[in-house]
Design a protein around this ligand. Structure first.
Ligand SMILES: C[S@@+](CC[C@H](N)C(=O)[O-])C[C@H]1O[C@@H](n2cnc3c(N)ncnc32)[C@H](O)[C@@H]1O
Length: 279
């Protein structure tokens, strides 16, 4: 089979599950990640005949994609803030939206000695990126999934950075020092929003990374406010990624904790996605 023929088959195999744009970027991934083939080379050599080994590799990849498995889990990594991060099915695939949260923290905080905690770290993408950009910060990262912590450790080793990982349940953890900055992208999608989500998220990404009960959508935020009451320094900052649907209830909740200041930011899709509080 030539690479040109493979391209046509690939497109017809995947059009049911993915948009044309997504199929094009998946095809580029097959070329670059699996075949070490440059897209320009493909346009120059559409008659290149694939070897049996190459065919075997791409068949396996296409079958996984057809099952709906996210390509990041198939290739075992993704990009976040310009860096490659290992991922597997024990962690949420870092989202492009979350890059803007990290960016906000980095733009506003250039001081050297700072103690930071990333609650619900998953793959470690937030903590590791911050440490790479702010070498002198003392960064803690808490997560309750042992497998996720193992993966996050691989991500920090990949970039030779030192993160203080804490394997604990946020709802029972209470051994913390004074903190300057809290950052968190906790689970925030309510169960009733499942029906709007794609099968490749629902069937493959870990449920406890994403969902919270409809009856208690702010459970993680409330817990973080409780922790901050005791341990966030006066003037300290909290940066959250949020579910736009619960922006107002979250602001009301923050008032009960005497946070008078807040600032909202929108994501690339113009939805209220990030909020900052100051103690
Ligand atoms: C939305 S994901 C965020 C992952 C990563 N910070 C990111 O932005 O890509 C939420 C993470 O919270 C973790 N988590 C869920 N319940 C937890 C709990 N009770 N205590 C600590 N972490 C928890 C999940 O395992 C998951 O890794």
């Amino acid at each position: 089979m030539t690479i040109g023929e493979f391209n046509s088959n690939f497109r017809s195999d995947l059009t049911e599950l993915y948009s044309e744009e997504e199929v094009s970027s998946l095809f580029k991934i097959v070329l670059e990640e699996l075949l070490s083939f440059d897209i320009t080379k493909f346009y120059l050599k559409p008659d290149y005949v694939l070897t049996n080994i190459e065919l075997e590799k791409i068949k396996k990849f296409t079958n996984e994609l057809k099952r709906g498995k996210p390509f990041q889990y198939i290739v075992g990594e993704t990009r976040f803030y310009g860096y490659k991060f290992y991922v597997n099915d024990s962690v949420l695939i870092p989202r492009v939206e979350t890059e803007a949260l990290v960016d906000w923290v980095l733009r506003e905080n250039k001081q050297s000695k700072t103690t930071v905690i990333d609650f619900c770290t998953g793959s470690g993408c937030i903590a590791v990126t911050m440490k790479m950009k702010r070498k002198k910060w003392n960064i803690f990262a808490l997560e309750n999934s042992k497998k996720a912590i193992e993966l996050a450790k691989r991500n920090s080793s990949r970039y030779y950075v030192n993160i203080n990982y804490i394997h604990a349940d946020i709802f029972s953890w209470n051994k913390y020092d004074e903190i300057d900055i809290i950052i968190s992208n906790p689970p925030y999608v309510v169960e009733s929003q499942k029906k709007f989500m794609k099968v490749n998220v629902l069937n493959f990404e870990p449920e406890n990374s994403i969902f919270v009960a409809d009856e208690n959508p702010l459970i993680f935020y409330k817990r973080i406010f409780d922790i901050s009451k005791l341990k966030l320094k006066a003037g300290g900052l909290i940066y959250f990624e949020i579910n736009p649907k619960f922006k107002n209830p979250l602001i009301s909740l923050s008032k009960k904790y005497k946070f008078s200041n807040y600032e909202l930011k929108k994501d690339i899709f113009k939805r209220n996605r990030y909020i900052k509080f100051q103690k």
